[in-house]
Design a protein around this ligand. Structure first.
Ligand SMILES: CC(C)(COP(=O)(O)OP(=O)(O)OC[C@H]1O[C@@H](n2cnc3c(N)ncnc32)[C@H](O)[C@@H]1OP(=O)(O)O)[C@@H](O)C(=O)NCCC(=O)NCCS
Length: 169
């Protein structure tokens, strides 16, 4: 067996319009896994690109991209509500999970949300997504609620969701 290849360091920056296609490609791949995020295959790619471009240009959304060796390996979106809560969604490319990319994105997101004046981060996560829940709990997120049979999947199944929050004040 060959030794594992060294990986380039990960950096986190604000996404630009030039990132939109790559970030949507990443979302399509994660949606295709079928288990982790709200989006499901088949994703309407054009619509997603338009939405992502709007988000990148919006004053109410912060889109972060994690990069390694010039390639995007993770993304995080923060939607800032007028009442001070920043709603968070994130994904790391499958080949890059478990290597600190999610941690780097989330650390930057907490800083950005604070700077934007948010008093709280909020998110929803599938109860079976133990990697995500563990990451959020490491940052101090707490389980605040549980939505039963809340989201209809394309299979017709109704999935529960855990509501989590991290006060910043
Ligand atoms: C959830 C996700 C963003 C985590 O990103 P990541 O880059 O793998 O996370 P990190 O490598 O920074 O791991 C940080 C911590 O998360 C937890 N974690 C990560 N992967 C884990 C796993 N497979 N099982 C249990 N805990 C895990 C651990 O607490 C870990 O800390 P440790 O390394 O000290 O043990 C990533 O797995 C992912 O993109 N999954 C698919 C999309 C998704 O689930 N998005 C979130 C939807 S709510």
């Amino acid at each position: 067996m060959s030794p594992p290849q060294p990986r380039p360091p990960v950096t986190v920056r604000t996404a630009t319009l030039a990132d939109v296609d790559a970030l949507v490609d990443m979302l399509v791949a994660v949606a295709g896994e079928g288990r982790w995020i709200g989006a499901e295959a088949p994703v309407d790619v054009e619509r997603r690109r338009r939405r992502m471009a709007d988000e990148v240009e919006s004053d109410d959304v912060i889109v972060l991209v994690a990069e390694a060796g010039g390639e995007p390996v993770g993304q995080l979106g923060l939607r800032l509500a007028g009442y001070g809560v920043a709603d968070l969604g994130m994904a790391v490319a499958a080949a890059w999970r478990g290597r600190g990319v999610g941690t780097a994105l989330l650390a930057e997101a907490v800083e950005r949300a604070r700077k934007a004046g948010a008093h709280k981060l909020a998110l929803q996560v599938w109860p079976h997504n133990q990697a995500a829940i563990a990451l959020y709990e490491r940052f101090g997120f707490q389980r605040e609620g549980y939505l039963r049979r809340h989201y209809r999947r394309r299979s017709g199944e109704l999935w529960d969701a855990v509501v989590m929050g991290l006060p910043l004040d």
